[in-house]
Write a protein of this length. Sequence first.
Length: 52
Amino acid sequence: MNKKHMKIAGIAFAVWYVISRPEGAARLVNNALGGLGTAAESLSQFMSAIPS
């Protein structure tokens, strides 16, 4: 399979997951965004700790 087919399959799976399990999909998005927030906070602390 090429990249185009993989992209279509990934989008189809995401749509199916949201339709069949909306609570699970919402939880997944919430966890992903929380993880990104934590990573950004950690990076900010790291950058603040570097002496000028």
